[in-house]
Structure formats: C-alpha cells, structure tokens
Design a protein around this ligand. Structure first.
Ligand code: ATP
Ligand code: MG
Length: 552
C-alpha cells in the first residue's frame, strides 16, 4: 500500500501499528484551517499529509473549518479555502465540516465540566489573568473565583450566553493546575464573551469557545483517529488529552505533530500575508507573487506541481526551511511536460522580408513529444516581428557568439525559413525601427543550402495575425532569503522589482482566446498563463523562466 520508493514516515509507522493491533479500523484525518485568510504553500503540505494519509489507507480526511473566532473570520475565506482544496484535487471527505456546527455540543460539554467541578466562571480581567498565570520558571496563582460553586457558574455561563454580561467581565476556565510546568494547563480559558455575529451562526451566540477547547473535541465528534498538526501544538496536546479524558466524548483522537514548511524568499504566515494584502503591498491574496494557493494558481503553477513538491518533502519532527529552487524545480518539471508551446515576442522589432510576398501557414506541433496536445497553425507573412534582443547591428568579433540575427548574417526563424538581415532602418532618434531581410527559399523544415549557416534559432510572430498582449514578469517577493527571521521586519525586504509589466507584446494568433488555467511555454522565454485578474485584456503572467536549455 505504501509508496515503495519512499521510506515511510513516522506517522505512517504509527498508523501501520494501530491498524495491525486493531486499535484503528478506518483511518480518519482532518485538515482544519481557520477561515481567517487564504491557504498558502505551508497549508498545502499539511493537506498533502492529511488527505494523503486518507487516500493511502482508504480512509477519510475531513476539510474542517475551525471557525471559533468571528472577529477575524469571513465567508470570503471559507469559499476561497474550499476552492483551493478542490483545485488541488483533494476529496473533502465528509466535509466541509465546521466547528460552528458543534457549538451546541461544546456548550453542553462546558456545562458538564462545571457540574463536575472541573471548570468555573472567573472574573479576573485579561491583565490580572496574565499576572496570575505565572511564567515558565514561576508557578501561577489560583484565581480567587476558582472555588465558586458549580450552581453559580452554571447560572453565570447561561447569562454570558444570553448576552447579559459585558465583554471581558467573565470567562469560563478549566480547573486544572496553576502550578503545572506546562502553561497551557494553568486553568486555560474555555469560553470568552464576544457580542459579535458569526458568519455561520449569526447572532445566536454571545460566547465563543477557545481554539483549545474546541479543537480536540471537534476531532472527537468526527471520529478522527490521527489528528496530525504542526509542532507548535505539541505543548497543547496534554490539554487536549485532559479534555477528552474528562468529557463523555464519542471517540479519543491521538495527536501527532510534524514540522512546518517554510520556504525561503517568502513568508508563510497568514498574519504576515494578510498584512501584505491589507496594506496594499500586493494586489490581493491571489497576487501571483504570493505563496498562497490562489496566487500560485494565478501565476500559472499547476496543482500537480504543488502536490509533487509537497510529496517530495520529508514529514519530520523538526521545522525546516526549503529552498524556493526546489519548488521551482517541480513547477518547471510539470510545465515542461504539459505546457503547449507557443510564440510570443515581448519586445517586438519589425522585420520586412523583401523577397517574399503573400501568405503561408505552417502546421507545427504544440509539444515536441506530446502528440496528444495536437497541432497549431503559424501564419507567415512578409512582415514579422522578432524580439529586439535577438537582433544586433554589431558585426564585430565580439558579437561572434551572438547566436541570433546580425546584419549580413543568417538566422533560422523557429519552424519557418532561414533569413538574412540586410539593412537597418532607424528613426530620427537613432532607434532601430525596422530591419529589411531576405529569406532563403526552400528552408522550411529543410537544412540550409551549402555555404549558408544559421547562427541560431529565434522565435517570431506574423505582423498580420499576431495579437497585442500584456505580459507580467515576476520575481521573488523578497530580496532576503529569510525576511522574517529573528526580529527582522519582513516589510523592509520587499523586492521593488518583483513585478515588471510589459505591454505591446505580440503573441501568435492561436492564443488570441487563451483560456485561463491553460499553461503555455512561450518558446525561449518561459512558461506563461493567462491572467484571471483582467479578462478584458489579453494579459499573460510569467509563471517561471526556462532553464537556459534552448538548443539550436
Ligand atoms: P499561519 O501560521 O500561517 O496563520 P495557521 O497554523 O495559523 O497558519 P491554520 O488555518 O490554523 O493556520 O492551519 C491549518 C492547518 O495547516 C493546521 O493544522 C496547521 O498546523 C497547518 N499548517 C499551517 N501552516 C503550515 C506550514 N507552514 N506547514 C505545514 N502545515 C501548516
Ligand atoms: Mg494556527
């Protein structure tokens, strides 16, 4: 059942042992985002682990929203997350599930703890609570409300729920151990008053459960067998276990923690990504420079590339930073195999072929080794465009290595004729505006005749049928590998050249109606996709450059 080429990770080892011992019959996992932002590449790793385990063991992974804090959450985020999970190709399991669907049950359990003498209503304010909590080296102090009678706490929590108590005046706390070396166990808050509508339950509740009180119980309700999360939750595990041990839960999940994925040259924290969006450093959550799933999609990264990348990473018990080049490798690898080829001239220079009249069409394949991607037709005409950077007037020795068009010499137009540049036409400012050339007849798909040698191959488009387009070229969002390391302010390291907008580019006619979501290799330039952000214009986003592998 397991992938034979890869050693199994520690979570798979646990699952294998649980299945072998009969402790678990069906593997149930979950992916539990809080809908307070868009998903990023780090979440993709968590999804690949959680949905991946369910797929591998024939189990189920629930997409579950941990929507316990209406202050920061929004339905926009819920919808965006569902879209991203589906786009990545994961089966939502029994989901989408929502913590907010369990508010009633969580409330019943909170009252159960009060009745059992294991929770109490506390009237310390936030600041006092911090003082009483103690520190890593110092035990905390018991709250003066700790011994309050259960009946009184029960009546107060009902008042809290009904909105009769003001915000901040009271909380419900578990009665565990103020001297515990684990601060999470020092009478944590279970419920807070928030007189705020929730995106799914509306005005029904004036109190909301803490993340810690909700999380493990949500897993228990859903019958989650292996609750897989990132390392920062390791210290919360004893608390989750305390809840399930002290409540009549229908099942007892076990939590396992693995290392977060961090990528260099970017940030993978929702809070920081939100700051980039809210303060307009980027165009939105789906800005193609963002490491969000929606940004990567708009940039032209395929779902398969993201999954292959995540699957290549170790599921380890330490956090790690992965080199952006590793993600880029998987992006290129996928696009090289799957992107159709096309020609787009980014900086057009007009070429007039003096010995040619009329029109021709050349049928060429969309991919050198993928017949299934079909053929396209290239229009050839008397006037064409090549890229300015593919022409030079400088015939001196220094330009000998220039494998492009030089005055007096030959170059092959990709999939078409060999041409020779004869004459340059400049405007008054001395800028080259046109090159007059002649073509060598009979050289389409044929070698050059004796005595003629093309310096190289360049891409081109027809003047008559090519279409104007805009092209966005992206670079890394940050100039520093670790922009948020230590006490650095990541905003100080934004790359001012992370986006270059080009206009007046010319793309071959077959892409006039390019579809969002399709990937193209613009020959000799890189991989591109149509931008979904501006459908009134023909805009292409550069996903990633080619490795310099252009062969003559
Ligand atoms: P952030 O720190 O970016 O705000 P988060 O952990 O607060 O992320 P959640 O919505 O709570 O965001 O995350 C949902 C799940 O994704 C959690 O199980 C969390 O452990 C996991 N996750 C979040 N970030 C990463 C990451 N960088 N690498 C791996 N898993 C992650
Ligand atoms: Mg979190």
């Amino acid at each position: 059942m397991t992938d034979v080429e890869k050693p199994i990770n520690f979570i798979q080892q646990v699952i294998n042992a649980d299945l072998a011992a009969g402790r678990v019959k069906k593997v149930i996992t979950r992916f539990p985002p809080e809908p307070n932002g868009y998903l990023h590449i780090g979440h993709a790793k968590s999804m690949c682990v959680n949905f991946g385990l369910a797929e591998q063991y024939g189990g189920v992974c629930n997409l579950r929203f941990d929507d316990t804090n209406p202050e920061k959450e929004d339905d926009e985020f819920v919808q965006a997350i569902i879209k991203d999970v589906e786009w990545l190709g994961f089966d939502l399991g029994n989901g989408p599930c929502y913590a907010s669907n369990y508010f009633e049950q969580l409330y019943i359990w909170a009252k159960h703890l009060i009745t059992e003498g294991k929770a109490y209503i506390c009237e310390l304010n936030a600041e006092q609570m911090r003082e009483y909590r103690g520190t890593l080296t110092e035990a905390g102090k018991d709250s003066p409300f700790r011994e309050r009678a259960a009946a009184e706490s029960l009546s107060l929590i009902e008042d809290m729920r009904l909105g009769l108590i003001s915000e901040g005046a009271m909380t419900l706390r578990a009665k565990i151990d103020m001297a515990s070396p684990n601060i999470n166990m020092r009478d944590p808050v279970l419920y807070r008053i928030k007189k705020m509508a929730h995106q799914r339950t509306g005005g029904k509740w004036n109190i909301y459960p803490s993340y810690d009180f909700a999380h493990g119980q949500e897993d228990a309700i859903e019958g989650v067998t292996h609750s897989v999360c990132t390392l920062e939750f390791a210290a919360n595990r004893p608390l989750y276990d305390w809840f399930t041990a002290n409540l009549p839960v229908p099942s007892v999940p076990r939590q396992y923690e693995f290392g977060r994925l961090n990528l260099n040259y970017t940030v993978t924290s929702k809070r920081k990504l939100k700051q980039l969006v809210d303060q307009s450093y980027v165009e939105g959550w789906d800005d193609p420079r963002m490491p969000t799933i929606s940004g990567l999609r708009r940039r032209g990264v395929s779902a398969a590339a993201i999954r292959n990348f995540c699957d290549s990473l170790a599921v380890a018990k330490t956090d790690g930073t992965v080199d952006m080049a590793q993600l880029e490798h998987f992006i290129r690898d996928d696009l090289n195999r799957n992107a159709g080829r096309a020609m787009c001239v980014l900086r057009p220079l007009l070429i007039t072929i003096s010995n040619y009249e009329g029109q021709e069409q050349f049928d060429v394949s969309c991919h050198p080794n993928r017949e299934d991607l079909g053929q396209r037709s290239l229009d050839f005409s008397r006037q064409i465009y090549i890229d300015r950077s593919d022409f030079s007037e400088d015939t001196s020795l220094a330009r000998k290595k220039f494998k492009r068009l030089v005055i007096g010499d030959y170059v092959r137009l990709r999939s078409a004729y060999i041409i020779r540049a004869d004459q340059v036409i400049k405007n008054e400012a001395g800028k080259i505006i046109e090159v007059i050339a002649t073509l060598v007849p009979g050289t389409v798909g044929q070698d050059a005749p004796d005595g003629i040698r093309a310096r190289g191959v360049v891409h081109w488009v027809s003047n008559e049928t090519s279409v104007d387009c805009h092209v966005n070229v992206y670079d890394r969002l940050f100039v520093e590998a670790a922009p948020d390391e230590g006490d650095k302010n990541f905003l100080d390291y934004l790359n001012p050249e992370s986006l270059v907008k080009m206009s007046g580019c010319k793309v071959e006619a077959s892409l006039a109606e390019a579809i969002v979501g399709e990937h193209y290799q613009f020959e000799r330039e890189g991989y591109f996709t149509r931008d979904s952000g501006d459908l009134d214009n023909l805009v292409f986003n550069c996903t990633i450059g080619l490795r310099d592998n252009w062969k003559v």
